[in-house]
Design a protein around this ligand. Structure first.
Ligand code: SF4
Ligand code: SF4
Length: 137
């Protein structure tokens, strides 16, 4: 199984088309959408994970998306958490809208869920301890 996190941007002409349906049906991939902003007559944005049997199925899926006019960006970055620097103040949780940063209700320690992170980078400036940083590749 192979997985890639992608950011998709597409024009209003694509909004009504069954692009994700075709993707799943034709290329036998699993889609997990983390964020979507799709409004009629406006550009659409999506952040999703695409899982396929192998690299080839992912490549074919991306080619299909591009052939339909979708702009595809690979999100190879991740948020890195340095627990030694963290004082569990919770400031970062206030700016994280995806639920990737939460305080444990018993220990009041920060929990970082990378799977929910949308790489918006809002938490980086919220942390005065520099416990959160952006890691490339
Ligand atoms: S803002 Fe920084 S120090 Fe505070 S909980 Fe978040 S990571 Fe830890
Ligand atoms: S980058 Fe954005 S989504 Fe990810 S942990 Fe930070 S605030 Fe949350």
């Amino acid at each position: 199984m192979c997985k890639k996190r992608l950011k998709l941007v597409f024009g209003p002409e694509i909004v009504g088309k069954p692009v994700t349906y075709n993707l799943i049906k034709k290329y036998d991939v699993i889609i997990n959408v983390f964020q979507a902003r799709v409004l009629p007559d406006e550009e659409g944005h999506m952040v999703l994970d695409i899982r396929g049997k192998n690299e080839e199925s992912i490549k074919k899926s991306i080619k299909y998306l591009q052939s339909e006019g979708v702009m595809v960006d690979f999100l190879e970055k991740s948020i890195s958490y340095n627990q030694d620097r963290c004082i569990n103040c919770g400031a970062c949780t206030g700016v994280c809208r995806s639920g990737a940063l939460l305080m444990d209700q018993e220990s009041w320690e920060l929990i970082v869920d990378q799977d929910k992170c949308l790489l918006c980078e809002m938490c980086l400036s919220a942390c005065s301890m520099k416990a959160l940083s952006l890691e490339l590749g």
